[in-house]
Design a protein around this ligand. Structure first.
Ligand code: SAM
Length: 301
């Protein structure tokens, strides 16, 4: 067994490399923070946070605690979804006076399903500099461990909470050939999986990346048809944070499209929109929701 070693980060020679890059004043630094284990923070993020005049954060208590763990005692200002516009003006003022402002969210990369984009937009509109400090992102971590082989992904983020809006949001995604990336809150994971099952072919692969970088981390991959059983197999699964990935649609052929359209057109001369979509789905193997939307278009409804 090897002797356990501890690392004094500040004394690491490599920290000198963090200092080699220039960190201009009058700049907004968008800093990614851990999504689980606190040591996922990057050395450069620590360097910049130590250098910053002020840290704008979603929750000053949470970020204050994070900074404390690294021995940083910094001024913080609240920058959350309810005050983003107003705080953006204050940040612009600080930048104009020559400060370095760090922007962080509670976890992961700011402005990705998190507050921050409006602030960045306002800073850019004021002609001031913005610099990202890359680091943890739940979506990218999930993709990296998924084994879904596809050069493209479509980041969807959170689906609407209401069932009808959620269904509607999934319709245009049914034929997307990119890997689909969803964020989901634990109390909605069962509803989310139900909606995915209604919208996509049950043979598609789905990946649950749960509690990444935390004690009870799980990355599970299965066909969509088995997803609900997996979630329900352990009551703990309805807790914790999830990224859900869904394999993209197989590329449809033009002939397949034309055939589905032809069948739908014929059925619509005799049946209601709903019946036509149901029957066309059975005949062509296409998704019912997508055919229903197309039938509505044909009928001009
Ligand atoms: N901006 C963050 C990012 O890009 O990592 C995401 C913030 S968003 C408000 C929170 C959502 O991200 C969660 O509901 C979950 O879907 C996902 N998430 C955050 N941390 C996670 C983790 N440790 N494991 C799995 N998913 C996580």
């Amino acid at each position: 067994m090897t002797e356990q070693q501890t690392i004094d980060i500040a004394r690491l020679p490599v920290m000198g490399e963090a200092a080699q890059q220039s960190y201009p004043t009058a700049t907004l630094y968008v800093v990614a923070t851990p999504i689980g284990n606190v040591t996922d923070i990057t050395l450069r993020a620590l360097y910049l946070l130590a250098l910053a005049d002020v840290v704008a954060c979603e929750d000053t208590r949470k970020t204050g605690a994070l900074l404390q763990r690294f021995g940083l005692n910094k001024q913080t200002i609240a920058a959350h979804q309810h005050n983003e516009r107003e705080v953006a003006d204050k940040i612009v003022e600080r930048l104009r006076s020559g400060q370095r402002v760090a922007l962080v969210s509670d976890a992961g990369t700011p402005a990705v399903s998190d507050p921050g984009a409006r602030i960045v937009d306002a800073v850019r509109a004021a002609g001031l500099a913005v610099m990202p400090l890359p680091g943890p992102s739940a979506a990218i971590a999930a993709l990296s461990a998924s084994g879904l082989v596809n050069d493209r992904f479509h980041f969807v983020g959170f689906l609407p909470a209401k069932a009808r809006q959620r269904e509607a949001a999934l319709v245009p995604l049914a034929r997307d050939t990119s890997t689909l990336v969803f964020y989901e809150a634990p109390h909605r994971i069962v509803d989310c999986v139900g909606a995915l099952l209604a919208a996509f072919e049950p043979t598609r692969q789905v990946v649950f990346a749960r509690e990444l970088s935390k004690l009870f981390e799980e990355v599970h991959r299965c066909p969509l048809s088995e997803a609900l059983a997996w979630v329900k197999a352990d009551q703990h699964r309805e807790r914790g944070e999830f990224v859900v990935l869904v394999e993209g649609a197989r590329a449809d052929t033009d002939e397949g499209d034309a055939e589905a359209e032809r069948v739908l057109q014929i059925l619509l001369t005799e049946c209601s929109v709903k019946q036509a979509a149901n029957l066309a789905a059975q005949i062509t193997g296409r998704k019912k929701n997508a055919l229903y939307e197309r039938a509505l278009q044909i009928k001009g409804e």
